[in-house]
Ligand binder design. Structure first.
Ligand SMILES: *Cc1c(COP(=O)(O)O)cnc(C)c1O
Length: 232
């Protein structure tokens, strides 16, 4: 399958999931996860109309935003505090804020530049040791702490759900995420800005959409399998 065929296929699957859930397709944003893939593939996909791209390594964000600045980049991977400087100002949204100290660093760097950085708070939805993020129980508290910081705007929640054989297995977790977002945003006067739910990947994005995802992050279904033999 060509990249174009994959793209149309993924778009059709997103549309069908929206239809099943009675949702407006405009309420779901496809983020093409281009990590490890060459910038030429980003350009090719952009040529078909794709605007949003996800990356998880700072070095790749620096290189790709320089080589092809014409699209919007999202930071979706674990971010070390000492690399915050390289990411702030280069991406439209940092999905993976998994500690208060990271949020403080983003706040500091954003204020230095006189900008406000949009962020999501990451939830370790499956309580997996190998994954980053706040537990369900900690998340509401974390959001309220992070909201006190200048230079950052908490726009919603993100999770990397467990890898499961059948996507249906993640439905209860996606449902809980939606519930948590509603609970949190209803607490704030400006709740209309806390409305992003970034969840769902190649393996389970349709289920995530049915449960309320506003941003799905899809790599493999678009670009094919990744090769990790280049030092990552
Ligand atoms: C790699 C990655 C994705 C995309 O995964 P696929 O299964 O290839 O669609 C989504 N989110 C995050 C955080 C990732 O690191």
């Amino acid at each position: 399958m060509s990249l174009q065929e994959n793209y149309y296929n993924v778009q059709a699957r997103i549309l069908a999931a929206c239809e099943r859930a009675g949702r407006d397709p405009e309420s779901v944003t496809l983020i093409a996860v281009s990590k490890t893939k060459p910038v030429g593939m980003i350009e090719e996909l952009a040529g078909f109309g794709q605007c949003e791209f996800g990356e998880n390594h700072v070095q790749e964000i620096v290189e790709k935003t320089a080589a092809f600045p014409d699209v919007r980049y999202h930071m979706i991977g674990h971010l070390q505090r000492n690399k915050v400087k390289q990411v702030v100002g280069r991406v439209v949204l940092i999905h993976s804020v998994d500690s208060l100290r990271l949020a403080e660093e983003i706040s500091k760097e954003s204020q230095k530049r006189g900008i406000v950085t949009d962020i999501l708070v990451e939830v370790n939805v499956g309580n997996e040791e190998s994954k980053y993020g706040f537990s369900f129980e900690e998340t509401e508290r974390a959001v309220s702490e992070i909201r006190k910081l200048s230079g950052v705007s908490v726009r919603g929640l993100m999770c990397v759900a467990p890898y499961v054989a059948v996507p249906e297995e993640n439905r209860p977790l996606f449902h809980k995420m939606k519930q948590l977002l509603v609970d949190i945003s209803s607490k704030y006067m400006d709740n209309s800005t806390v409305n992003i739910l970034s969840m769902g990947m190649t393996n389970d994005f349709e289920t995530a959409i049915e449960e309320g995802a506003t941003h799905v992050r899809i790599g493999t279904a678009l670009f094919g399998a990744r090769e990790y033999n280049v030092g990552r």
